[in-house]
Write a new protein. Structure first.
Length: 444
C-alpha cells in the first residue's frame, strides 16, 4: 500500500470494510435466530463498548507504526518484540472469513442474474430455490465463487487509490440510495410495524448465554476488528484525518445499515406470516419476494440491489485479505501480484471446501463434530479468533504502549475526558467482556 487514502477515501474505505454482507446476510439471520430486539440491543452495546474501543486501538497502532500487523506489534512493543510479532497471526482470520464470505458473494451474484427472470412471489418457493441451489448446484456455486474471487483480487492489484478507494467512492453511495428506496417501500406495508417491534422493542426473555456470545461475535464481524484490517488501512491514513469522527462515522453507519436492512427483510417475513428464524438463507429467501411484489420494475430494482450488494461485499472482502497481502509483500520483498496470488489460492481452496460442505454428495465427508466445514469456519473465525484478536489488541495498546503516545494522537480530536473513558474501556471493560463471555461459552 504505497499510496495514500484521501480523507473521504479513508472514511468510505473503512465504512466499506465494515459494511457488507455481515449487515445484509449475517445480521438478519442471527437476529431472527436469537429473539430479535434484545439481541439487537446486545449487539449495539458490544459494538460501542467493545468494538469501538478496539477499533480506536487498531487505528492508533497502524497510524503510529506505519506497518503491517506483525511489524506493528514488533515495532511498538517496548520489549519482547519477537513474541509480540506472533500476535499478527490474526491476519489468518481474515483469510478464513474471506473464504466463506466470497462464496456468499457468489450467491448474491447468482441472485443478481436470476433477477432478470421470474422472481418467486411466495417465501416458500423462494426458500425451496435457495435450498436447492446451495445443496445441489456445485457447478453454479463454484462458478460464481470464482468470479467473485477474481473481481476483488483485480481491485486489490490496483492498489489503494486506484483500487480500494475508487471502488468505495462510487459503490457505497449507490448502495445507500437503493436501501433508502427499499425502506420507504417497506414502510407502506402492514408487516413493517411488526418488524419494527421485533427489532426495536427488547424482549429479554429470549436472551440466552449463546445469544450473548453470538452478539459479541457479530459486533466483531460487522465492524471488521480483530483481523488487522484497520491497522493496515491506517498506515495509508492522511495526517489531516480526524481519527475520532472517522471512527464514529464507521460505527454509526454500520449500525444504521444493519437496522435498516433488518427492517426491510423482516417486514416481508412478517408480511407473509413466516417465522423470522429461517437460518443463513433469510436475506436470500425473503428479499426476492419484495421485488416480486413490484412487478416488472421489481426485476430491475432486484438486479440493481443485488449488484450493489455484491460490491458492498467486495469492499469488505478486500479488507479481510489486504493485511496478509501487505505483510507478505513487505516481509518477503516480493511483488504485490505474487502476494495476491498466494493469498488468492489459499482463499480459493478453503472456499471450495465450504461450498462442497453444503452439497449433499460431499457434506458427510466435510462434517466434523456435527458441523459442516462452512459452519465450522464461520463459527471459529467469528466467535473465537476475532474476539481473541481483539483481546490481544486491547491488552497491547492498553498496557504496553505508552499512554502519552496515544494521548498525543487522540486528545486533539476527542478531548481529554473522552480519551480517559476510552482508555478505561480499552484496558478493563472490553477485554473483560470478551474473556467472561468466552469462558461462559466454554464451560456452558
Amino acid at each position: 500500500m504505497s499510496d495514500k487514502f484521501s480523507k473521504i477515501g479513508f472514511i468510505l474505505s473503512i465504512v466499506g470494510a465494515a459494511i457488507g454482507l455481515g449487515n445484509a446476510w449475517k445480521f438478519p439471520y442471527m437476529v431472527g435466530s436469537n429473539g430479535g430486539s434484545a439481541f439487537v440491543l446486545l449487539y449495539l452495546v458490544f459494538a460501542v463498548i467493545v468494538g469501538l474501543s478496539i477499533f480506536f486501538a487498531e487505528m492508533v497502532m497502524g497510524k503510529i507504526s506505519n506497518s503491517d500487523p506483525v511489524n506493528a506489534f514488533k515495532n511498538l512493543a517496548p520489549s519482547n518484540s519477537k513474541f509480540w510479532g506472533f500476535a499478527g497471526i490474526m491476519m489468518i482470520t481474515g483469510v478464513f472469513i474471506a473464504s466463506f464470505y466470497t462464496l456468499i458473494i457468489g450467491w448474491v451474484m447468482r441472485y443478481a442474474v436470476l433477477s432478470l427472470g421470474s422472481l418467486p412471489s411466495q417465501i416458500s418457493d423462494s426458500a425451496q430455490n435457495f435450498t436447492k441451489f446451495i445443496s445441489s448446484d456445485i457447478v453454479g456455486q463454484i462458478l460464481y465463487f470464482t468470479i467473485a474471487l477474481f473481481a476483488y483480487f483485480i481491485i486489490l492489484a490496483k492498489g489503494v487509490k486506484r483500487g480500494i478507494e475508487r471502488i468505495n467512492l462510487w459503490l457505497l453511495p449507490a448502495f445507500s440510495i437503493l436501501l433508502i428506496l427499499m425502506l420507504i417501500y417497506s414502510m407502506q406495508m402492514s408487516g413493517f410495524g411488526e418488524a419494527a417491534k421485533f427489532l426495536l422493542v427488547p424482549d429479554f426473555s429470549k436472551i440466552t448465554g449463546e445469544a450473548v456470545f453470538m452478539a459479541l461475535g457479530l459486533a466483531f464481524f460487522t465492524m471488521c476488528v480483530g483481523i488487522g484490517a484497520i491497522i493496515t488501512y491506517s498506515t495509508s491514513l492522511d495526517d489531516k484525518t480526524n481519527l475520532f469522527t472517522s471512527s464514529l462515522y464507521v460505527v454509526i453507519l454500520n449500525i444504521v445499515f444493519s437496522v435498516v436492512i433488518g427492517l426491510i427483510v423482516f417486514t416481508f417475513v412478517f408480511e407473509f406470516n413466516e417465522q423470522p428464524s429461517q437460518g443463513v438463507g433469510l436475506a436470500f429467501i425473503s428479499l426476492p419476494t419484495l421485488f416480486a411484489k413490484l412487478g416488472a420494475i421489481g426485476n430491475l430494482l432486484s438486479f440493481a440491489f443485488f449488484t450493489a450488494l455484491v460490491f458492498a461485499g467486495l469492499t469488505s472482502a478486500i479488507s479481510m485479505v489486504e493485511p496478509l497481502i501487505f505483510y507478505i509483500t513487505k516481509e518477503f520483498k516480493i511483488s504485490r501480484s505474487k502476494a495476491i496470488f498466494i493469498v488468492g489460492v489459499s482463499v480459493y481452496i478453503l472456499g471450495v471446501l465450504c461450498a462442497l460442505s453444503n452439497i449433499e454428495n460431499f457434506k458427510d465427508h466435510l462434517t466434523f463434530f456435527g458441523k459442516g466445514f462452512f459452519d465450522i469456519l464461520d463459527y471459529i473465525s467469528s466467535n473465537i479468533m476475532l474476539p481473541l484478536g481483539g483481546i490481544v489488541i486491547a491488552i497491547f495498546v492498553g498496557f504496553f504502549m505508552k499512554k502519552e503516545s496515544l494521548s498525543a494522537l487522540f486528545v486533539p480530536y476527542m478531548g481529554a475526558v473522552i480519551f480517559e473513558i476510552w482508555y478505561f474501556l480499552l484496558r478493563f471493560v472490553a477485554p473483560s467482556c470478551v474473556v467472561a463471555i468466552m469462558i461462559k461459552q466454554i464451560v456452558g
